[in-house]
Design a protein around this ligand. Sequence first.
Ligand SMILES: [Zn+2]
Length: 388
Amino acid sequence: MLVRMNYKYEMFPTERQTQTLDSWLSICRQQYNSALLDKQRFYQKNKTGLSRTQLQKQQTADKQKIPLLKTVPSQPLQEVFFRLERAYKNFFEGRAHYPKLKKHKDYNSLTFTQFGIEKRHVKNKATSEVKVRAVRYAASLDESNHLLISKLGAVYINFHRPLEGKVKQVTIKRQGSRWFAIFSVEKHVNETVDFPMQSTGIDVGIQKFAVLSDGTTVENPKFLLKEEKKLKRAQKKHSRMKKGSSNWKKQRRKVQRLHIKVANQRRDFLHKLSYRLSKTYQFVFVEDLMIRNMVKNRHLAKAIHDAGWGAFGNMLDYKCNNNGGELVRIKPHYTSQDCSGCEARVKKSLSIRTHVCKLCGTILDRDHNAAINIEKAGLALLGLCPTA
Ligand SMILES: [Zn+2]
């Protein structure tokens, strides 16, 4: 679903830029007021309205006589008439009073109805050659993320949160002595989805691919293990052959083909699994493996790498996102050691596959116990409660 959203940020014009903006606001206000009076006079005389296009034509003519008008970029200057048109429409449709003349304190914003840099096809009249030219509108962002306004320059903006989506227009607003930039963007969002379950924790296994906090075990697919074994055999055979021989070349192609096959099958498996998870759970909690110190144990690191966990985490991340859910990475903190029943620490080496707590009597598969702890930590992080 495509929606229109506004992002508001504080901007910090220099003293000189502030004077310019103040003067633009005052010129736009005068344009608004004189257009309103023109409309009234025109109506009294002709018993018909003065249209926005007529007003714009008048403004273009006025620009030749009144140099001050030319100090304002034409977009906000013309946008004044849209505002007036809206004010009349609201009046006629019973939503507002009849439009009034605006005082200084009532006129505080300028709108640039186009934004950014757009590619345009420009035809050379002489040669009829068509070229693509980038056109920068009167309002855009420069390379250092300053708001670039023609006839004003670059203004620093405090992007306290990221600006997302395609910017359609920007409004500069004066509020007391502060200035704000309001970006109107078009953005794709997902419609609200009902998830069958609130959350799950996932522990990454070595023998098993993953274990969920409800005890569900996701095995490494058998066909994949079979193909991987085949690949390993083929690689070994290849390494024993005479380098550069025709058999060696033939075997090399075979290894490459198997490589691609295994990679495709693995990706396919990961796509299906992450899709299913993203559709089932609103929140999926995993350990942040970047933090998990695995450098010490190179064997474990390799095993997890081979399990494709990195790629899986990324897939899960964007699939959850696209579906309106969220993948949350938590800090690994004794997730496999602590008891999910009573929180007592039960130390165990990697070879011990079962969690046995003598204090509360909890007996669980090691990875299942860890998955429960991961979900608990995630829920605590978000300030949520587990749902039964
Ligand atoms: Zn316990």
